[in-house]
Design a protein around this ligand. Sequence first.
Ligand code: SF4
Length: 769
Amino acid sequence: MSDNKNTPGAENPEHFTGLHLGHIKKSAAGIPAIVESIKQVVGEAGAVRGLKALNHMNQKGGFDCPSCAWPDPDDDRSTLGEYCENGAKAVAEEATLKKLTPEFFAENSVQDLAALTDYEIGRKGRIAQPMFLPHGGTHYQPITWDDAFHKIGATLNKLSSPNEAIFYTSGRTSNEAAFLYQLFVRAYGTNNLPDCSNMCHESSGVALGESLGIGKGSVKLEDFYEAEVIIILGQNPGTNHPRMLTALQKAKANGARIIAVNPLPETGLMGFNNPQSVKGLLGMDIHLTDIFLPVIINGDMALLKAVEYYLWQHEQREPGKVFDRNFIEHNTVDFDAFINDLQQQNPEQLAKACGISLPQIREVADLLKDKTKIIACWAMGLTQHVNAVDTIKEIVNLLLLKGSIGKPGAGTCPVRGHSNVQGDRTMGIFEKPSEQFLDSIAANFHFTPPNKHGYDVVEAIKAMHGGKASVFIAMGGNFLSATPDTLYTAAALRKCLLTVHVSTKLNRSHLVHGHEALILPCLGRSDKDLVNGEEQIVSCENSMGVVQLSKGVLHPVSDQLLSEPVIVCRLAKATLGNRSPINWDNYLQHYDQIREDIERTIPGFGDYNKRLRDPGGFYLPNCNRDGAFNTTSKKAHFNIAPIHTIHLHEDDLLMMTIRSHDQFNTTIYGLNDRYRGIYKERRVILMNQGDMDRRNLKQGDVVDIYNHHGGVERVAHKFIVVPYPIPPTCAATYFPETNVLVPVNNVAKKSNTPVSKAVIISVKKVSGE
Ligand code: SF4
């Protein structure tokens, strides 16, 4: 048996790879980004194949970047390339010519592969045929597609309830595959459809849905060019959404002021060398941020309240000139109660709670007081906290005071991580589907979908751990590395009868498996998808609600790969057989048939097949953009919530997990974090120098990191201490290495998102290192 539970480091290898520290960079992108992009793509795929992929990525009629969800320009796109360094790295990984044959799996046991780091595993190449790990087996072995589907269908049909199976989705899954997947899962009989959104912007969806009536952001890319002020909170665009810097550059050129709120002075927030411009190529930086506020971890809400407090003081001096009274009166509820609460606030205490001085807070209020076009952007730095929903509602409060929603140059902008995470939710990948959605499924497909809510990610992990669920199927992603409490989650997966992953590349979740395990290799975004000899297109929805086609251009690395829509159809046929209410063969003829059924089922997709083929795609309806609020009251809601206090003992620190520049979500492209000046090592903990001094630690010391939430000791072994400009009592470590410290039971209120950005830790120097 592949006894990886006894393999040291199977979930969290503890190898050091050779730390080298450089300087924190002053600006992002520029020539180094171009060099890195070309190096990665040509190195993995060769010059012809690699450059062909780059030339088609994010172009109209080309394929959608498989990395983040930042939108492409509606108008003409740059012939120099509409991609960033991270997009290039993502496509390099997908376009690689390295492939994992049966010989590779015969030579490498699961146990041996599990001892590698995530970076080493990811470098192995594309999976070239379906692979199966039998119960007690030590090595994956080839299996035919028919046998694989038969095995999954038979196992699902043996369960005593459909609710014992979990169907996870990663945000890369196309609209077409996601729609079919949720349809199959509901026809099978469960709403157990957790997705990566549960771990990232679920808090945004809940907050915006309750406050504004739509769980998506309201701005378009063009709004950036009209904005007077852009506030960026808890986000590191230079690494996680690099082309956002181009939008910020254009906004600056048009006169916008930028306020950045973040514990770390991220390079991409500070300066930008646009590689698409002559100045950028000459290394001439553009200074982006006008006011940088190094807030302490989870201090954002206190900061927002303090800014609102001073805005209210300005409003009292100049009634009607600071708040948009007309907007507030006609479009909002609970304004008076909100102001009553604001009056009770103590600005000194708020300043202490956020770690920002009163003069700096007043500077922000002074800047905002006569502005009306304000955009607020945010990401995981806000969403992965206990009080995330209330913090995001506080952003909404600020925008409502200024009437900054539903007009050009203003609004909400939760910046989504994975390229189609927003589209998958639109397609019905949701464990808590609305009645309206289920009614539409019932009317169009003539079966009664289950209405009992399913498991989200945290609930799914607990269900597997507690024996309530025993089959885990993942449409993409790397569940184990993406989720909290790594050892707990690993134990949960091992208890399953069967774990199945639809994947392009090998990852850790294939190696920490159920009694039996399957890897089903699928086409990537850049791969050509031929059905009946005709090239198929799929579609994705970006962070701003644009649905756009994606058409691969590369010959697949193996003729054994299937597309995700085909995999879902064949899985559905093998599982549902004669009892299927849906004609899956219809979808296998042409993907236009899938889109016709999406159009019939989901509002906003009228004339889908035609509009998708319009250059640049089309916008989905967004009530906020039109100045409407689809809440029960049909008005926007001010929210009143207390500051959330995190109590730290004397030895404690508050840790947030972060991504390096050589990384996208769980995919590790390299060992460098160029902008932060950290090279060749990921097992580091960034600490404030004062906190190091108090603990008698110096640069290069090695510590174990502990968390004791819920009385359980969690340990991340052997991390190298690096002094860094981070506020006192705060620390930062890379995800996923320290997910082992993120308690599965510490979640955001209402959204149930794991709290990965505020983990209480203590550090202990490792003797003898
Ligand atoms: S900004 Fe995001 S979507 Fe655009 S190329 Fe970079 S990684 Fe891809």
